[in-house]
Design a protein around this ligand. Sequence first.
Ligand code: SF4
Length: 196
Amino acid sequence: MVSNSQFQTLLSQVRACTHCQAELPDPAQPILQADPNARILIAGQAPGKQTLQKGIPFSDASGKRLRRWLGIDEATFYQADNIAILPMGFCYPGKGDSGDAPPRPECAELWRATLLAALPNIELTLILGAHALKYHAPEYRSVTDAVEDWSALWPDRLVLPHPSPRNQAWFKRHSWFERDVLPMLKSRVSALCVKG
Ligand code: SF4
């Protein structure tokens, strides 16, 4: 277990990181949120361009939908002692062949195990996207397989479809997700969060 000042030092080191700068399209700007008291971890992909410009994780349409799924407002969501937000890559990775490029792999190799070890109070890990799936639920081959098998992971982990508006077709094809999974998720998040 790390002390609060050790944790703040670690966070400062991550925020000053330029380890894979040569591979990034913009100056390195790690975007994450964490506090040793957090009880929920959101393991996402990497910041998008809009998030990079604002410097705030999930400050876009995906974040709006995610907060609706969790049943919490912005103040509660952005309270670091409620929710740690650790994408697989902390900096915007640039554009890929379709959409954003994958998170830089150096990032998880360098930081993830140390940060996770410094978050001893996490009770629920929400996993978003294929890269986070590989790290946090490697027993599944696809996000859809893992979302459909949600009861096997609950209550410690839950794989979510990406809340991006570009995922509308998935939401329509899997209407049971909103009907069956979200009420249970909201109730657990409400129990784990201190309101903002
Ligand atoms: S993506 Fe990660 S490893 Fe690369 S510069 Fe940003 S914080 Fe450092």
